[in-house]
Ligand binder design. Sequence first.
Ligand code: SRM
Ligand code: SF4
Length: 559
Amino acid sequence: MSEKLSDLERIKAQSRQLRGTLVEGLADPVTGAISDDDNKLLKFHGSYLQDDRDQRDERRRRKLEPAYAFMLRARLPGGVVTPAQWLVFDTLAREHANGTLRITTRQTFQWHGILKGDLKPAIAAIHDALATSIAACGDVVRNVVSTANPVESQGHAEAYAWAARLSDDLAPTTRAYHEIWLDGEALVGEPEPEPLYGRTYLPRKFKIGLAIPPLNDVDVFSQDLGLIAIVEEGQLRGFNVAIGGGMGATHGDPSTYPRLGSVVGFVRPEQVSVVAEAVVSVQRDWGNRVERKHARLKYTLDHQGLDRFIAEVERRAGTSFEPARPFGFDHNGDRYGWVEGHDGRWHLTLHIESGRLADVGSQRWLSGLREIAKVHAGDFRLTCNQNVIVANVPAGERARIDTLVAEHGLDGYRRHSGIRRHAVACVALPTCGLAMAEAERYLPDIVTRIEALLDRHGLIDAPILLRLSGCPNGCSRPYLGEIALVGRAPGRYDLRLAADFSGQRLNRTYRENVDESTILASLEPLFAAYARERKAAEHFGDWLLRSGVLDAPALAVVA
Ligand code: SRM
Ligand code: SF4
């Protein structure tokens, strides 16, 4: 007897290419919500229903329905945003959402707190700005990420172009998005075919990221499909391909785990599209559609065997991988401040804590970037570390941008400690329905307390990667943090240590299910010893392994 498919497979199959009863549900004035089935389909359109968890108990007591609102996510390949788009997105944040713009760890924007009646105008506004939210969530190829500063050489610009092209090539083709959000003509008869995805799309989400060594700011080994650009003498020669990365896990279930992508070979630029499509299609056909917990590509590879998977990809692509080319990463963070591009234009990376652009006290980050967008003739780049680059600035415009940055309190990057500049936190409470503990809202406090310890040992400027996630799904890619906190329950986290500084080695659990005082008490002696014993330029994670604090070697990519 065959196993029962997951319920989502039924929902997708019956959805008429992602239509479901979304139109009817959105029009229902009795509730601020939509049905569970439609909510699952809505993800494919880049949105889903949440409720404000801070208000749950109070509203339950008052016998009110939860404080429902929608999260909306844009699809912005490579994180590139024009100033005109920025102004539209900013207006959307203030007029239809909760007054904030949230840069995600996949270099796009999320809006939170959109009421049901505002969702359609919000999506239409994104469309009018020549962007989209289709396939920003759901069992499809998501926003394709790429190194955020693709302007150091012609090769960098070409690599970014590949991110944009893959994003387009692998997007769903259903007209449902136009019908539901953009007043397109309603479907009559059978739904149109989806050549790549078919009726049931992929077994699970699928992520593609493109990195240009030595900068691994996209954490290329956490992607289902990672492309490592090989740029020689400024020219893009092709990509090393890494498959099967992923972060998500479930506490207490060893059949789920974070995994680094396996480097399987090199492809030339003209082979990239066909190979990417072959990887996606094999995962479509071989991925687990019974148990969603085991449906990501990483499990398909581990269950089917890497060699067998590669052979099938080569067969479908009609090409063979060449041996991987040498590459080296030295960093997976962002380079703050101004940097000059190959064409004489300048790029300013600003530190946006947890990616949340809001106006709070003297930190008027949302307004500041709006004012910059009004005068900026280049573009913006969102980064996978939740920061923003004001990109392509002529030398003569730098002073004007610097003034606006300072006026709005956006110049923290000049002053922040090493660990604060390298801290990433997922959204977690109050909007994330899966959060077990705080992350984004906890980051300022826990970093301040860790800074006090670092300062005591002369380490305030030491660059240390800190990642906070409110649950083991790992949206801040915590398994790649030199220090990471992974939420277990309110105020309790697993403390994980000893990833490297370039996203090529997973960390491991050092203390399980501990509170803040235990976290700080565990870190203090390690900082003291690191300050005493570290070699020149030795990173904290590497020292932790060399010193034997963590005895077994963590999983690492062999370059
Ligand atoms: Fe994530 C689910 C937020 C990047 C792994 N993630 C969620 C949801 C949608 C919760 C849900 O399903 O109910 C969160 C919405 C919270 C909210 O209120 O906004 C959420 N994920 C985020 C964002 C916004 C975190 C952030 O602080 O920036 C990131 C949005 C990315 C984007 O723009 O597309 C985000 N999520 C990631 C990453 C990092 C990455 O992709 O580089 C990961 C780990 C990499 C990976 O996928 O393996 C990640 N999110 C997950 C998972 C676990 C998937 C798994 O394989 O087990 C879930 C849960 C799920 O899919 O069932 C999840
Ligand atoms: Fe939510 Fe968990 Fe992702 Fe954080 S890691 S945003 S808590 S799903």
